[in-house]
Design a protein around this ligand. Sequence first.
Ligand code: KIV
Ligand code: ZN
Length: 385
Amino acid sequence: MQKINLFDTTLRDGEQSPGVNLNLQEKLEIAKQLERLGIDVIEAGFPASSKGDFQSVKEIASTVKDSSVTGLARSVTQDIDIAWEALKDSAEPRLHVFIATSPIHLEHKLKKTPEQVLETAVEMVKYAAKKFPIVQWSAEDACRSELPFLAQIVEAVIDAGAKVVNIPDTVGYTTPAHYGSVFQYLKENVSNIDKVSLSAHCHDDLGLAVANSLAAIEAGATQIEGTINGIGERAGNAALEEVALALNIRKDFYQAESGLVLPEIKRTSDLISKLTGMTIAPNKAIVGKNAFAHESGIHQDGVLKNPLTYEIISPELVGVKQNPIVLGKHSGRHAFRTRLVELGFVLEDEQANVLFEKFKDLADKKKDITDDDLFALVVHKQVNH
Ligand code: KIV
Ligand code: ZN
C-alpha cells in the first residue's frame, strides 16, 4: 500500500480565508489537534508576513513533535532567513519556498523572463538547502504554466536540492484528467524526478479540488496538500478529511492510504470551525450535520435493517456520534417505532398506528420532529385515552 503524506495548510492558506484571523493560542490549539489527527506536515504560517505569524510558527515548531512543521517563504533570502529563525527548533526544519511559473504571473506580477525565474528558483533552493534539511519547492500557478518550462525548472530545482516538488493549482483551474496529465508529463520529461516526492495542492474554484487531488495520486503524487473543512483563499483548498476518506473507503481502487487518525476528524473539524468562525454547510461531506442523517422512509427502513444499505462510511469511523435517523415528514413507520422504543415506549400495534398518523400530521407542519415532540405525542395520547 502506498503511503500518502497529508500536508495541512489550515494555518496558512486556510487562514487566508477572508475574515479569518487566528491568534497565537488558537493556532497552537489547532496545531496540537492536527498533530493528534496524524497530519504528516503542518504548514504553520508564513513567518515573513507578520510578527504574529513569525511568533506562532516558532511556537508551533517547538511544541509539535509528531508532525513535521513548515513555513512558507517567497523566493527571497530575507524570507528564507526569517523562516529559518522561526523553524530552526523544530524536530526536522522544513521550508516551503515558491515562485510563480505561468506566463501570466511572469509578465504581470513578477515582470521577469522565464530564464530569470529559473535562475532565482535555483539560487533560492540552494540557499535554503544550506540551512534546511528538507526544502519543498512550489511552482505557483503550475497548472497555467507551459509544460516544457515547468519540466525544465522542476529538473533544475531538484538538482539544486529540493526534496519535495509541489505542483499547485493556485487558481483552481485544472480538472482531474488535466491535472493527472501534468504529473504524467513531468514524470516523462524530468530525468531526476524519482529523487523527489511529488505533491499536489488544489484550490476549489471549480469545486474540483478533492477530485483533482485524487487524480494526482493516481498519477504518482505522494503528498496531498489541503485544509480541514476545505477552508482557504477564495473557494478554499482541497478538504483533507475528504481526501483521506476517499483513500480509506476506496483503497481497493487507490491502493494507497493516509496516516490520518480518522476518529479525530470530527473533533478537528468542529474546533477549526469554532475558532475560525467558518460554519460548515449541513450537506458538507464527512463533517456536515447531515452527512450521516437519513430522512426518507425508504432509506431509514434500509439503514435500520442494515446500515450498509445506504451508508458507505460509518459515522463512528470519523468520530461522529449522532442518531442517523432524522424524523420528518418523509419518515416511515419503521423509523418512528424504532425511535419510540429507544425512548422507552413499547406500544401495541393499534396504538402505534394512531400515533403514527398524528406524527405525520405534525411532521407536515414542522421540519424536524424532536424527541420532545415524540414525548408530547405519546403522553398526550395516554392522557386522553
Ligand atoms: O496556491 C498556491 O499556489 C499556494 C502556494 C504558495 C503553494 O498556496
Ligand atoms: Zn494555495
